[in-house]
Design a protein around this ligand. Structure first.
Ligand SMILES: Nc1nc2c(ncn2[C@@H]2O[C@H](COP(=O)(O)OP(=O)(O)OP(=O)(O)O)[C@@H](O)[C@H]2O)c(=O)[nH]1
Ligand SMILES: [Mg+2]
Length: 677
C-alpha cells in the first residue's frame, strides 16, 4: 500500500471543503454529499464552522483510490487562520491549489503558491466553480501562468462554462491539441524529449505522461483541472491526476521512527492526542520517544489510530508515510519532531501575527477560568502566544485580524461559557539590536560577595540582517561546562539556547528581540563535593537573563513595527481622494497605474493603520474598490518607541529581579552552608 498526504489549499471560499466532500464521495467514503451552506460537510465539523460556513481548523480525512491511501488535509482559506496552514505544511507530499473560475488568482493564492514553491511541494491546480456566471477558464489559466510564473498544462476543457450545466471534456491521447500542448509543456524541461521531438520522432503518450509525472513531482509543470466541486464536473479527472501525477510514497518501515506532531486534540477524558505524520520507520505501542531535541523527558505511546477509509482505526503501529493519532505523548506540542526529523531546521513559512490585544472577562470572577480556557486554545494554536502580565494580571493574545478575534470570543463563549471583551488592540512590534554588546558576571570567589549565582556567564549579542531570526553559539571550552549537571555539551548548549530564547521574548522595551546572533563567551562553575554546594542548572538558567539584558542594554535596540503592502484597485476618477486618504493614514503610496477606467496602486501601510484604510475604501470608491494586503516586514518606529508591559521577572532591573526570584533557593552571602549527609 502506498500513501499520499495531500493538502487542499486556496483563498477563502474557493471551494476547498466542497471539493473535499466531492473527493470523499467519489472514493465511496460517504454516500451523501454534505453542503458547507447546510453545515453538513465532513471536514467543517466544528459548530462554529458549521454556523459560519467557513473553515477555521485544518482537518484530515482519508480515502483510497486504486492502491493509494490518500490522507487529505482540508485547510482554512481566510488569512486570519494562516497559522492552521503553517502547522500542516510539514505533512504534505503534494497539494491541490484551488482557484475560483470567477474570482481568479487572489493575493492569498500568491502567498500560498510562494510557500508551496519554497518547500518544493508538487502542486496541481483545480479551477473550481465553472458552473457559476462569470466563470472564465482562459482568463484564469493565463493568470495562473502569468501571476504565478509557472508552466501549466490544461488537463481538461470546460463546456458550457458559466451555466448550471457546465461540464468538462477530459483530454485524451487522441486529442491532437492536447497531445501537442503536452509535448510543448514537457519538452522545455526534458532534453531527451526535446531532441526526439525536433528529430521528428513520434513520441508515445505513455512517454509524455511519464515525463509529466516526473516534472510535476519536480514542480516544473503544474497540471490544471477545470471543474465544479458543486456539481462534480472535472472531479474524476482530478482524482486520476492526484494518484497518477503526484508522488506517492511506498512505506519504508525499517529504521528508527521519525515524525512530526502537527495538531493537538483532547480525547473524551481530556487526555492529550497528538496527530503525527510519520517520515520514517515504525512507531509501535509502548515505544518511548523523545519529542524534539531539547525535551528532557521521554513519552510512551499508549494508543495509535491510523487514518483509513474515512475513519481512524486502532492499530498496534504506524509506519512511514502515514498520519496517525497517537495517545500518551503528554509533552507533545505542535511542531515537535522526533527521530531524525528532530534535527531538521524549522522556519516559519508565513509571517507571524501582527496584532496584540488584551482579553478581559465581562465577569471578573471568570478570570481564572479564562486563563485555563486560553491555555487550552494556546495548546492547539501556539501562535496566539498567550501572555500574562505579572503586575496587572492582564491576559494578552497575538492575532492576525478581526475574524480570528471574533472566533476566539465565540469559542470562549460557546465552549467555556465565558463572555469576554478585547481591549487595546496594538501592533506587535519587535526589537532589533543596533550594535554589538557584551556582558559578563563571574562566579563569587568569597563569602562576602553579593552575587547569589554560583556560575560565570559571559554573552555577546550582535545584529543580524532582517528576517534572520535568533542564532545561538557556544564559544567556551569543554572544561568550562559543568558536566556534573549536563551529560553532554549538546545538552548544555540546548539549555542555554532555550534560556536565551526565552529571555529574548522581552527586550529593552518589552518586545520580542530578533535578528541577532548570541554567543556564550564565558562559563565557569563549582563542582561538588569538593566545593559544596556545587553549581546547579538554576544558576545558569537564572543568571543568563541578567547577563543577556546587560549585553542588550549595551547594544541598544530599535523598536520596529509591522507594515503591510496594500494593493488597491479602484475607479480612476477617485485617485485624488485615495491619495489623500493614504497620506492621512501615513501610508507610503507607489506609482498609480491607470488602465482605462481602472487604477491600481500599491502602498506600504503600518499595521496599526490598515483597519482605518480598509474601512474608508468602500465609501471612497462607491463600493467598487478592492484592497488586498500582505505582510511586508518590520520598519523602525519613528519618534518615541512604544513599550509593552513586562509579563514576568524583570532582569533589566537587577534588584527587582533578585527580589522576585521567590521560591528559588539562592545562596545568601554569609549563610552557613549545610553539608550533604
Ligand atoms: N456554484 C458553485 N459554488 C460552489 C462551488 N464550490 C463551492 N461553492 C460554494 O462556495 C462557497 C464556499 O465553499 P467552501 O467549500 O466552503 O469553500 P472553502 O474554500 O472551503 O472556504 P474556506 O474554508 O472558508 O476558505 C459555498 O457557498 C459553496 O457552496 C462550485 O463548484 N460551484
Ligand atoms: Mg473550507
Amino acid at each position: 500500500m502506498t500513501t499520499l498526504n495531500l493538502g487542499i489549499l486556496a483563498h477563502v471560499d474557493a471551494g476547498k471543503t466542497t471539493l473535499t466532500e466531492r473527493l470523499l464521495y467519489a472514493a465511496g467514503v460517504i454516500d451523501e454529499i454534505g453542503r458547507v451552506d447546510h453545515g453538513t460537510t465532513q471536514t467543517d465539523s466544528l459548530t462554529l464552522e458549521r454556523q459560519r460556513g467557513i473553515t477555521i481548523k485544518s482537518a484530515v480525512v482519508s480515502f483510497i483510490v486504486d492502491d493509494v491511501t490518500v490522507n487529505l488535509v482540508d485547510t482554512p482559506g481566510h488569512p486570519d487562520f494562516i497559522a492552521e496552514v503553517e502547522r500542516v505544511l510539514d505533512v504534505f507530499d503534494g497539494a491541490v491549489l484551488v482557484v475560483s473560475a470567477v474570482e481568479g488568482v487572489q493575493s492569498q493564492t500568491l502567498v500560498l503558491h510562494r510557500v508551496l514553491h519554497r518547500l518544493g511541494v508538487p502542486t496541481l491546480f483545480f479551477v473550481n466553480k465553472i458552473d457559476r456566471i462569470g466563470a472564465d477558464h482562459r482568463r484564469v489559466l493565463d493568470a495562473i501562468a502569468e501571476r504565478l510564473g509557472v508552466t501549466t498544462i490544461a488537463m481538461n476543457v470546460p463546456r458550457d462554462i458559466g451555466t448550471h450545466g457546465a461540464d468538462v471534456i477530459a483530454s485524451t491521447p487522441n486529442d491532437i491539441d492536447f497531445f501537442e500542448a503536452l509535448t510543448d509543456a514537457v519538452a522545455v524541461n526534458d532534453e531527451q524529449i526535446l531532441h526526439r521531438y525536433l528529430a521528428g520522432e513520434q513520441l508515445t503518450y505513455d512517454q509524455l505522461h511519464a515525463a509529466l509525472a516526473a516534472q510535476t513531482a519536480a514542480r516544473l509543470v503544474h497540471p490544471v483541472y477545470f471543474g465544479s466541486a458543486m456539481t462534480g464536473a472535472g472531479v474524476n479527472e482530478l482524482v486520476a491526476g492526484i494518484v497518477d501525477l503526484l508522488p506517492t510514497r511506498i512505506s519504508d518501515r525499517t529504521g528508527a521512527p521519525s515524525g512530526t506532531v502537527f495538531k493537538i486534540e483532547r480525547g473524551p477524558n481530556r487526555e492529550k492526542v497528538a496527530l503525527v505524520r510519520m517520515f520514517a520507520g515504525t512507531l509501535t505501542m509502548r515505544d518511548r520517544i523523545r519529542l524534539s531535541a531539547d525535551a528532557s523527558d521521554e513519552d510512551r505511546v499508549t494508543a495509535i489510530r491510523v487514518f483509513e477509509r474515512g475513519t481512524r482505526s486502532p492499530r498496534r503501529s504506524t509506519v512511514a508515510g502515514e498520519i496517525a493519532e497517537v495517545g500518551g505523548l503528554s509533552h507533545a506540542r505542535i511542531g515537535d519532531r522526533f527521530g531524525l526529523a528532530a534535527d531538521r531546521g524549522r522556519h516559519h513559512a508565513f509571517p507571524p501575527p501582527t496584532l496584540e490585544t488584551s482579553v478581559v472577562p465581562r465577569d471578573p470572577r471568570d478570570k481564572p477560568a479564562l486563563f485555563a480556557a486560553l491555555t487550552d486554545l494556546a495548546e492547539q494554536d501556539p501562535l496566539i502566544n498567550l501572555r500574562r502580565d505579572d503586575t496587572r494580571n492582564e491576559l494578552f493574545l497575538s492575532l492576525y485580524g478581526e475574524v480570528q478575534r471574533e472566533i476566539v470570543a465565540q469559542t470562549l463563549g460557546a465552549d467555556h461559557g465565558i463572555e469576554v471583551e478585547f481591549r487595546s488592540v496594538t501592533p506587535l512590534c519587535i526589537e532589533r539590536p543596533l550594535r554589538h554588546g557584551s556582558a559578563i558576571e563571574t562566579i563569587p570567589r568569597h563569602r562576602s560577595s553579593t552575587r547569589p549565582f554560583l556560575a560565570t556567564v559571559g554573552l555577546t549579542i550582535a545584529p543580524l540582517p532582517p528576517g534572520a531570526g535568533v542564532t545561538f553559539a557556544l564559544d567556551v571550552k569543554v572544561g568550562e561546562i559543568p558536566m556534573h549537571v549536563f551529560d553532554t555539551v549538546d545538552a548544555f548548549r540546548d539549555v542555554m539556547a532555550r534560556t536565551v530564547n526565552e529571555a529574548l521574548h522581552q527586550g529593552l522595551n518589552g518586545w520580542n528581540v530578533t535578528d541577532c546572533a548570541v554567543t556564550m563567551t564565558h562559563s565557569d562553575y563549582q563542582a561538588p563535593p569538593r566545593k559544596w554546594p556545587g553549581t546547579t542548572l538554576s544558576d545558569y538558567r537564572l543568571l543568563t537573563p541578567l547577563v543577556l539584558m546587560d549585553a542588550l542594554t549595551r547594544a541598544g535596540t530599535a523598536v520596529c513595527e509591522p507594515v503591510l503592502e496594500a494593493h488597491l484597485e479602484f475607479p480612476a476618477d477617485v485617485l485624488g481622494e485615495i491619495m489623500a486618504t493614504l497620506i492621512n493614514v501615513e501610508a507610503v503610496p507607489g506609482t498609480p497605474e491607470i488602465s482605462g477606467r481602472w487604477c491600481t496602486l500599491d502602498a506600504e501601510v503600518r499595521a496599526a493603520r490598515l483597519h482605518d484604510l480598509q474601512s474608508r475604501v468602500p465609501d471612497l470608491t462607491r463600493g467598487e474598490g478592492v484592497l488586498e494586503s500582505a505582510f511586508a516586514g518590520y520598519r523602525p518606529v519613528h519618534g518615541d518607541p512604544p513599550s509593552r508591559p513586562r509579563t514576568d521577572r524583570n532582569p533589566l532591573n537587577r534588584a527587582d529581579y533578585l527580589r522576585r526570584l521567590k521560591g528559588i533557593t539562592l545562596r545568601e552571602p554569609g549563610r552557613t552552608r549545610t553539608k550533604p549527609r
